[in-house]
Design a protein around this ligand. Structure first.
Ligand SMILES: NC(=O)c1ccc[n+]([C@@H]2O[C@H](COP(=O)([O-])OP(=O)(O)OC[C@H]3O[C@@H](n4cnc5c(N)ncnc54)[C@H](O)[C@@H]3O)[C@@H](O)[C@H]2O)c1
Length: 426
C-alpha cells in the first residue's frame, strides 16, 4: 500500500479530482477527521494511521468517548460539533462512524466542503439520502467509500471472480442470511441523558424523541428514527456480497416477502425475522431473471450452513457457499466439492483501497454508487415489513415505489424542522 500521502501530480481518472493540495506542496500526509468515536470509528481511523495518515480531529457528542479517542489516536483536537472538521480546509478526509441517521447529512456536508469521505455502512438511513450522497460525491469529484469491507477482501474477490468466469454455470439465485442471537433491549421509560452526552446533537436532523437508555450507543440500531434494523446492521454485508456475486445489477423491480417481530418482546421497532426476495428481471448474462433471497432471524443461537452470516450462490452447474469470516467452498454437480479457500475480511485492505483511490484519482471498490444499490435492498426490506405489504413494485430509474403512496413515503424520511444538517434536496 502506498503511504497515505498526496502529491500535486495525482491523476484525475474516473472523474475523481486529486485532493485539494495547496500549490507548492510537495508530498504530505493525508489529514483525517473522525466523526463518531465508537468502536468502529476508532478501528477505521486507527487503520488509517497505520497506513500513514494523520488524525487531526476526533468528534463525538459523548465527551468521554471523544477524550478516549483523542488519546488512543493521538489526535490534535477533540470536538463535539462536526462542523469544526468540515470547516477546516486542512482536513482531506472525513470518516463517518455515527449512527445511521447522521451518515448522509455528514457525508454530503463533507463533500461540499471538498473532503473525501469514508462512510460506514449502511451508507444511508433511507433511499433518497443515498441518491443525494452519490450526487454530492460526483458534483464535487470526491472519493466516497462505504464501509462494506468485503469488497476489498481478497479471498472473496477471488470467489466472486470464479462466479463471474462461470465456475458454477449461470448464477440465477443468490441467498444472503443473517442468523444470530441478539439481546433483548427491554421496555424502558424516558429518562435524563447521562452527563457529558449531548443528546440534542446526537439526534441531530432526525425527529426528536425523548432520551431513553435503550436508545443510546449501539441500541439505536433498533429504532426507526436512528437505525435501519439488523438488515442495515449486519445483513447489509451479506446483501452486498450477494449483489456483487450476481454481477452488481442495478435495482430490483419487485420485492416480496415477510418481516415482523416474532421473538423479542421489547422496544425494538424493526423485524427480528425477515424473508425477502428481490427480483432482477433479465439480469443474467443470457437475459434470464435473477433472484436475491435474504433471510434474517436474530433469535438463532446457532449457525446456518456453517456460518452465522453467509451467502450461497446457486448456478446451473453447481453452487458456492461463502462467508466474509470463513472464505468459500465451490461445489459442482451432485454436490462434489471442487475448490475451496479460507480467509477473513480485511478492514486494512478496505482502507488501503480508499486511500489509493484518493492518491490515484480513481473510484474505490465500495464506491457510493455500489454502496447505494446494495443499501437500497435493506431499505426496501424494511419498507415491506413496516407497511406489512407482501409485495412492492420498485421503479429502478426513479427510485420510487409504484402505486403505493404509503410505502413510497418511506423512500424518504421526516426530519427535524429547520435543522442545519437536513440534506438539501431531500
Ligand atoms: N463495517 C463494519 O463492519 C462495521 C462494524 C461495526 C459498526 N459499523 C457501523 O459503524 C457505525 C458506528 O457503529 P458503532 O458500533 O461504533 O456505534 P456507536 O453507537 O457505538 O458509536 C457511534 C458514535 O457516534 C457518536 N455520534 C452520534 N452523533 C454524532 C455527531 N453528530 N457528531 C459526533 N459524534 C456523534 C455517538 O455518540 C457514538 O459515540 C454504524 O453505522 C455501524 O453500522 C460498521
Amino acid at each position: 500500500m502506498k503511504q497515505a500521502a498526496v502529491g500535486a501530480a495525482s491523476s484525475a481518472a474516473f472523474g475523481v479530482a486529486a485532493p485539494a493540495v495547496r500549490a507548492g506542496d510537495a508530498k504530505r500526509r493525508l489529514v483525517v477527521g473522525l466523526i463518531g468515536c465508537g468502536g468502529q470509528g476508532k478501528s477505521v481511523a486507527g487503520t488509517m494511521v497505520q497506513h500513514g495518515a494523520k488524525i487531526a480531529y476526533v468528534c463525538d457528542v459523548d465527551e468521554r468517548r471523544a477524550a478516549a479517542a483523542k488519546e488512543q489516536l493521538k489526535a490534535d483536537h477533540a470536538v463535539s460539533d462536526l462542523r469544526k472538521i468540515i470547516d477546516d480546509k486542512a482536513v482531506d478526509i472525513v470518516v463517518i462512524a455515527t449512527p445511521d441517521h447522521w451518515h448522509a447529512s455528514a457525508a454530503i456536508l463533507a463533500c461540499e466542503a471538498g473532503k473525501h469521505v469514508y462512510v460506514e455502512k449502511p451508507c444511508s438511513h433511507n433511499i433518497r439520502e443515498g441518491r443525494l450522497m452519490i450526487e454530492a460525491a460526483r458534483r464535487n469529484k470526491r472519493v466516497m467509500q462505504v464501509g462494506t469491507q468485503s469488497r476489498n477482501t481478497k479471498v472473496l474477490q477471488k470467489g466472486i471472480r470464479l462466479l463471474r468466469e462461470g465456475a458454477i454455470g449461470e448464477v440465477l439465485v443468490a441467498k444472503a442470511w443473517n442468523s444470530q442471537r441478539r439481546v433483548n433491549i427491554g421496555h424502558l421509560k424516558p429518562s435524563d441523558p447521562p452527563a457529558g452526552f449531548d443528546y440534542d446533537t446526537w439526534v441531530g436532523p432526525a425527529p426528536m424523541q425523548p432520551y431513553q437508555k435503550n436508545c443510546h450507543h449501539y441500541t439505536w440500531h433498533w429504532w426507526y428514527n436512528f437505525g435501519t434494523g439488523d438488515a442495515g446492521n449486519d445483513g447489509i454485508h451479506e446483501l452486498d456480497i450477494a449483489r456483487w456475486g450476481l454481477g452488481d445489477p442495478d435495482h430490483p423491480s419487485r420485492v416480496s416477502g415477510h418481516g415482523s417481530k416474532m421473538f423479542f418482546d421489547d422496544d425494538q421497532q424493526f423485524p427480528d425475522t425477515q424473508y425477502v426476495t428481490f427480483e432482477y428481471p433479465g439480469a443474467s448474462k443470457l437475459g434470464r431473471n435473477r433472484l436475491l433471497v435474504y433471510e434474517h432471524r436474530i433469535w438463532s443461537p446457532y449457525v446456518q450452513e456453517g456460518h452465522e452470516n453467509g451467502n450461497t450462490f446457486y448456478g446451473t452447474e453447481g453452487y458456492m457457499v461463502m462467508s466474509k469470516m470463513g472464505g468459500w467452498k465451490l461445489y459442482g454437480r451432485k454436490n462434489k466439492l471442487l475448490k475451496q479457500e479460507d480467509g477473513h475480511y480485511s478492514v486494512a485492505d478496505h482502507v488501503a483501497d480508499f486511500l489509493e483511490a484518493i492518491c490515484d484519482g480513481k473510484k474505490p471498490n465500495a464506491d457510493i454508487g455500489i454502496g447505494h444499490r446494495s443499501t437500497v435492498l435493506i431499505h426496501l426490506a424494511n419498507i415491506l415489513a413496516r407497511t406489512g405489504r407482501a409485495e412492492l413494485v420498485f421503479d429502478p430509474k426513479t427510485e420510487q415505489i409504484v402505486d403505493d403512496a404509503e410505502a413510497n413515503a418511506l423512500v424518504k424520511r421526516t426530519y427535524r424542522k429547520d435543522h442545519w444538517a437536513v440534506p438539501k434536496g431531500v
